[in-house]
Ligand binder design. Structure first.
Ligand SMILES: [Zn+2]
Length: 341
């Protein structure tokens, strides 16, 4: 017996009443047991259980029975197999499935955006970037690094001339030709043995890396590798890739402070040899092909990589040098040796 209130059809009256199952039908009677209403279960709609809210049983004639006894209402719903409740459960279940599916789709789209969308877009933007912009970014980047991590080259004039000669030889064989690249020699006082390429074709080589070479072909391999980064616009692509996640966050959240760090992206990527692995692989492959065209062996670049790996200080706080990530170095030199015919 379910205690509650009865609202007769088309009336403002409220009648204290109780509801029960009788002969498979919903029976609503007043406190004396006199019949107020009766209905087939299939013609009764039950409101869903929501916290402590009263439950309503709506009858087809427009009348309504209401109760605060939620457990009693559930028992009556089960006894009469009333519809509405089942449908509500269904709906909740369906909406949970919908929420779960939405989350899966959102996560998949986010991963897709990061994995494929961003690199694709970054590639398009890098290709469309005018040379004047590439030059501007390059100048600003070099100014920033020059003031902090690089000093004027301390190499002897004869060494500097020697480096220029090797560089020019590689540049003539590279896609942009002799005028397409420029060598900038620097003392890598904060970044040790290092080389990196700026988007405008400037290749920075530190004195420390120059001194590590056993012969010219090793450093020619470094130049070929850096020129490949220029040709493939890896620097610009890295900037665009790194800025698109903050850009997306800024767009979605309205938090524009995310965009504030963009100016430091390229120096960070270049100095820490933090190119994506795929870019390094591409630059190595291009360098190997160029070295072979020039009658050199890619294994000569591998020799330099191996020597740097062996010398690498390996202590925390040690600056990352041209070889970048350690675990990759062996793979890189193995691949270069495999490309040596
Ligand atoms: Zn590289």
């Amino acid at each position: 017996m379910l205690e509650g209130r009865y609202f007769p059809p088309r009336s403002a009256r409220i009648v204290p009443a109780r509801a029960l199952a009788a002969n498979g039908r919903l029976r609503i009677e007043d406190t004396s047991g006199a019949l107020l209403a009766e209905a087939e279960p299939r013609r009764v709609r039950v409101s869903p259980r929501l916290g402590h809210l009263a439950r309503g049983f709506d009858l087809a004639d427009g009348s309504r029975f209401e109760t605060d006894d939620n457990d009693g209402a559930d028992a009556l719903v089960r006894a009469l197999r009333l519809k509405g409740a089942g449908r509500t459960l269904d709906r909740i279940e369906r909406s949970w499935r919908f929420v779960a599916a939405s989350v899966v789709v959102a996560v998949a789209l986010s991963i897709g955006y990061v994995e494929f969308g961003i690199p694709w877009l970054a590639g398009r933007l890098a290709a469309a970037t005018p040379d004047s912009v590439a030059r501007l970014i390059s100048r600003q980047t070099l100014d920033l690094i020059d003031g902090s991590m690089l000093g004027a080259s301390k190499l002897a004039p004869s060494d500097r001339a020697h480096a220029e000669t090797v560089f020019a030889r590689v540049a003539r064989a590279a896609p942009r030709g002799a005028g397409g690249y420029r060598l900038a020699l620097r003392d890598g006082r904060g970044i040790g043995a290092n080389a990196f390429a700026l988007p405008d074709g400037t290749v920075v080589l530190t004195d420390q890396l120059w001194k590590l070479k056993a012969d010219d072909n090793e450093i020619a391999g470094v130049f070929a590798h850096e020129m490949a980064h220029v040709d493939r616009r890896h620097g610009l692509q890295s900037v665009y890739q790194a800025s698109m996640i903050p850009a997306a966050i800024a767009l979605i959240s309205g938090d524009v402070s995310q965009m504030g760090h963009l100016a430091t992206i390229l120096p960070g990527v270049l100095v820490q040899s933090a190119y994506a692995r795929g870019f390094e692989q591409q630059a190595d492959d291009d360098a190997a092909a160029l070295m072979i065209r020039m009658g050199m062996k890619p294994s000569e670049l591998a020799n330099l990589l191996d020597r740097m790996e062996a010398k690498h200080c390996g202590k925390p706080g040690c600056p990352r040098d041209w070889i970048g990530d350690h675990p990759d170095t062996q793979l890189r030199s193995q691949k270069l040796r495999a490309e040596t015919k």
